[in-house]
Design a protein around this ligand. Sequence first.
Ligand code: SF4
Ligand code: SF4
Length: 206
Amino acid sequence: MTTQEIKLSKALENGMGFSCQMCGGCCRGFNEGEVYLYKEDILRLAQHLNLKGNSGFKKFAERYLKAIDDSFFWKEPKAERRKPYKFKTLVFKFTGDDERCHFLLGNECTVHSYRPYQCKCFPFWHILVTSRKNYVNYSKKCPGLKESLVKKVGEYYSAEQILSRATEEYEIEKKYFLEMKKHDFDIYKVYPFLPKNFVEEENKIK
Ligand code: SF4
Ligand code: SF4
């Protein structure tokens, strides 16, 4: 099962079962990862929180976001192979001793209908469904995936459904990469509402 850019790992060619166990682990970045947000995610969530216009988006960024290093493999039309590009991406700033998303209460998402696509699409991320190794690694962190892998239980998703979600997630990431590339990887041009020195201030905190 494949699209132009995504090929499902053999383990998922007949689909998979998956049911979230509501442990909240992914909303704590599994204690090591990040929750990525792209432009549509930011606008949707900020508007839901009644933070509108440039000043509202600026407040949203100050309260909830930080910039981290990211990379994307891309092949130019005449190039022989893909090469990695490095740039900045926006992710949630975590909070509390357990380093959780600001919108997690107990183990429940308080902005469920407005959550970023990355949250909505888990565990059908392209890095996860194209690699059996990544699928197994994530099953050590996510009890829903563990059930899926070990007991083969959970709500059934066909290969087409998995591929469709993973492709949408990949396309969102690609769209952001191309926009950044068009703007010489200047995040302030892509997100004009970001406060001055947003990236630099975040780096100072680390
Ligand atoms: S880590 Fe897995 S089981 Fe836990 S909340 Fe996230 S998706 Fe659900
Ligand atoms: S927005 Fe909701 S689903 Fe996404 S990390 Fe935060 S609490 Fe979890």
